[in-house]
Each structure stands twice: as C-alpha cells, then as structure tokens.
Design a protein around this ligand. Structure first.
Ligand code: FNR
Length: 190
C-alpha cells in the first residue's frame, strides 16, 4: 500500500488538551503507511454564508488542507453532550460554499477522550450525524470512547496501560483498512 495522508482535527482549543495527547498517542501507534498532519481550526472566524463570496485566508487554508488529505481523523472532547463549538464551526466552514463540500467522499474516523464515564460517546454520536450529512464515509467500528484517567498517557502521548495501547493500535489499523476500502471504490476526485 502507498502512503495515505491523514489530516487530523482536534476539537479542543485548549493548550493542555487531553485530546491532543490522545492524538499524539494515536499517531505513535498508527501503521507506518499513515502520514499525519494537523489541520488547525483555532483561527477560523465564526462562519456565515456572507463569507461564501469572498473566503478569508483561514477558510481557504482549511479547505486546502482537507483537499490535500486522503482522510480525516477527528479527535474531540465532549462539551455539554455535543461537540465543541469550534469544531462545529470548522465543519461548517469546510462544508461550504454549497456544492464545494470538502468532506464529500472523504473517509473519516471519530475518537475522543474525556474524564466522564462515557468518554465522549454522546459528542461522537452527534459528530457522526454531522459527517453523515456531509457524505463523509466514516469508520463504523471500533468506537473509541476513551475515559481519561490521569496517568493513562505520558505527555508525549506514550500510553501507559497495555490494554489501552492495544485498543488504540487496533483502532488505527482498522482506520487504515477503512481508508483503503473507501479510496478503492471512491478514488479522490481532486
Ligand atoms: C466539559 N466536559 C465534559 N465532559 C464530558 O464527558 N461530557 C460533557 O458533556 C462535558 N461538557 C463540558 C462542557 C464544557 C463547557 C467544558 C469546559 C468541559 C469536560 C471535558 O471533557 C474536559 O474539560 C476535557 O479535558 C476536555 O478535553 P480537552 O479540551 O482537554 O481536550
């Protein structure tokens, strides 16, 4: 298999984000065929369709980064049982203008961590629904609801528990297989 470019989007804007730590762990455990680039979302203005006629540089950069990626990985916290506003804003930006939805046919996967017992499960269901509407073929399983326990990751993302490490490694192997399957039947149009 050739290398696949994965753009990853972290739903949190926090400097000490535990989802950023999870991203580092996932990248460290991913199969070697996957190459990762973060797609930043923090500088995007709040989306309005007024921008459709003249897209600012932040919006253009977001859409270019998604176009350049073979697949997208969302790593997100849960905020009030949904996805953070910044992440929804980024998805709204990428999905527009009408007819230029950046997620169309772009394989994706969703995972996240929070200290709560259900580990972002509700946010992920919400995100899955948004991605369905955006026609992004998303990995159905395994689901990655990671309850964050202090010490579960070292700061560089290294996983301390072997069960968690094995799960995350399996998650990324399934994700690679998902990307290959989707790109086999829906080759990139760009
Ligand atoms: C939260 N948090 C949270 N956790 C959860 O499991 N379910 C939830 O609905 C919420 N809601 C929520 C709302 C708001 C406004 C905040 C600030 C926090 C807690 C959240 O999971 C925790 O702050 C994580 O550390 C956030 O992940 P990052 O930003 O560190 O990656």
């Amino acid at each position: 298999m050739t290398t696949c470019k994965v753009g990853y989007i972290i739903g949190s804007l926090a400097v000490q984000s535990i989802n950023r730590t999870l991203s580092n762990a996932l990248i460290g455990l991913a199969p070697s065929e996957l190459e990762f680039t973060e797609i930043p979302i923090k500088d995007l203005p709040l989306y309005s369709y007024d921008y459709d006629s003249e897209c600012p540089s932040e919006g253009r950069a977001l859409k270019a980064a998604i176009a350049d990626a073979d697949a997208i990985l969302f790593v997100t916290p849960e905020c009030n049982r949904s996805i953070p506003g910044a992440l929804k804003n980024a998805i709204d930006w990428a999905s527009r203008p009408w007819g230029k939805n950046s997620f169309m046919h772009k394989p994706s996967a969703v995972i996240g961590t929070s200290p709560g017992v259900i580990g972002t499960a509700v946010a992920q269901q919400s995100l899955r629904s948004v991605l369905s509407y955006c026609n992004s073929p998303q990995m159905n399983a395994p689901e990655g609801y990671i309850k964050f326990i202090p010490g579960i990751f070292r700061n560089d993302g290294e996983v301390t528990g072997s069960g968690t490490e094995e799960f995350l490694q399996g998650f990324m192997e399934e994700y690679r297989d998902h990307i290959v399957r989707v790109l086999t039947v829906l080759p990139s149009r760009i």
